[in-house]
Design a protein around this ligand. Structure first.
Ligand SMILES: [Zn+2]
Length: 431
């Protein structure tokens, strides 16, 4: 890729929270794999006279995410009607937010967040052939489901930064238990806005990449789009505001919709929903329910257990494995061995309880390591064979200890438990 241009990327991330019911009615929120159109009611179908009511669980989860990311929480939040022709939303408007979203600002991995708002999802179009005819069917199970939308500032310059941000956000959503944020199940969905700049300033167009269904797909789509835009700029062409999709077979992006100006959504406040007020007590209570977040855990694991960065990353990426590790670490201080057996040998899936893993570790230690007796014999003969080295240790040359450990390990064919060998050697030297 050339570096004549600065890449500028902003993200819109949709997260379906794991609430019991939809955003404005009591139909189930979980629609994955359910028979089409079995989870609807007059409210989510937008039938005349139906009155929506806001789901407080979804609001709390949105605020929880905002607090975890350092957003400012709006004391008064308003829902708006966003008008547009949505073929998959029967009301012909979407209940969303505009001014006063629940969370304003915030930051993740030093990348600024614009805001986080709450809205309702649309239904799903299914394109099929029925009786030899191409038809579009519609499933309204997802229509009206709660959807948290996080919008970043246009602050990304590298694809890697985008991917790290999204992976961390996904992990935080899981730690907070607001969503599984699973791209395959559609509980996390992405859109990226991308433009190239000649002078580092934000240009007057952006291309919106839509329908991104995996991180790998996003990476490829961004690469293809950067290539397309820089080639166009090289030729002196003017780029325009549009929505594009990515075709994996040709590895190129294709135009889906050109936007001449900004869409006129004719937003106006949803009169059927009162403004939502959030008190200081609410904020304090939600703040109190936020667990230790991944990055805090990484830092603590490093200082508390001193295990390698790779092990920490793998353990922290799964909250249940992280707590399994900590349970096991209460029984045995050979943290590296515990982490190694979990990460490289997957022994945590073999033993459902950490106690089982520890029992196994004790077995390994006694069968695979030399006995304390053998270690003592080896250490005492090394000390007898190296009187000069022992003297220099006693004169303050602490670094010679490495040599003595090496000699003792050699005698034991490397089978000494390092910590035990170290302890026994020190005991002999300090006699
Ligand atoms: Zn409903």
């Amino acid at each position: 890729m050339n570096n004549k241009y600065t890449t500028i990327i902003g993200l819109e991330v949709h997260i379906e929270p794991n609430t019991n019911s939809k955003m404005f009615c009591s139909c189930p929120q979980d629609h994955f794999g359910k028979q089409a159109n079995t989870q609807t009611c007059p409210i989510c179908l937008g039938l005349p006279g139906a009155l929506p009511f806001a789901n407080s669980q979804a609001i709390e989860k949105t605020i929880k995410l905002g607090l975890a990311l350092g957003s400012k929480i709006s004391k008064k939040s308003i829902f708006y009607r966003k008008h547009y022709f949505y073929s998959d939303l029967p009301k012909s408007f979407q209940t969303s937010q505009k001014d006063n979203p629940f969370c304003v600002g915030g930051e993740l991995l030093s990348k600024k967040i614009d805001h986080i708002h709450l809205e309702e999802d649309a239904g799903k179009l299914i394109h099929q052939v029925v009786d030899g005819k191409k038809v579009s069917l519609i499933d309204f199970n997802r229509s009206g489901c709660a959807l948290i939308e996080l919008v970043t500032k246009p602050v990304f310059n590298e694809i890697d930064e985008v991917l790290s941000f999204l992976r961390e956000l996904q992990l935080i959503a899981r730690y907070l238990n607001i969503s599984n944020a699973d791209m395959e199940k559609g509980t996390m969905r992405l859109e990226a806005n991308i433009s190239l700049s000649k002078d580092g300033q934000l240009p007057n167009y952006k291309v919106e990449l839509k329908n991104i269904n995996s991180f790998r797909f996003l990476e490829k789509a961004l690469k293809a789009e950067i290539k397309r835009q820089s080639e166009a700029l090289d030729k002196g062409l003017k780029l325009e505001q549009e929505t594009r999709g990515y075709d994996e077979t040709t590895q190129t992006t294709f135009s889906q919709r050109t936007k001449s100006g900004s869409d006129d959504y004719r937003y106006f406040p949803e009169a059927d929903l009162p403004p939502i007020e959030t008190s200081d007590e609410d904020i304090k209570r939600i703040q109190g329910s936020i667990p230790e977040l991944p990055n805090e855990k990484r830092i603590r694991f490093k200082t508390q257990y001193n295990i390698s960065k790779d092990f920490i990353e793998i353990l922290v990426s799964d909250p249940s494995r992280a707590s399994y590790f900590e349970e096991a670490a209460k029984f045995d201080n050979n943290y590296k061995l515990i982490a190694n057996l979990m990460v490289n040998k997957k022994m945590d899936s073999e033993f459902r309880e950490p106690a089982g893993l520890i029992k196994k570790i004790k077995e390994i230690e006694t069968t695979e390591f030399a006995t304390p007796n053998d270690v003592e014999t080896a250490v005492s003969s090394v000390i007898l064979e190296n009187p000069d080295i022992v003297t220099s240790y006693k004169n303050g040359k602490g670094q010679v200890i490495g040599f003595l450990i090496g000699q003792a390990q050699k005698k034991l064919q490397g089978k000494a438990n390092p910590k035990e060998l170290n302890d026994i050697l020190l005991k002999f030297l300090n006699k």
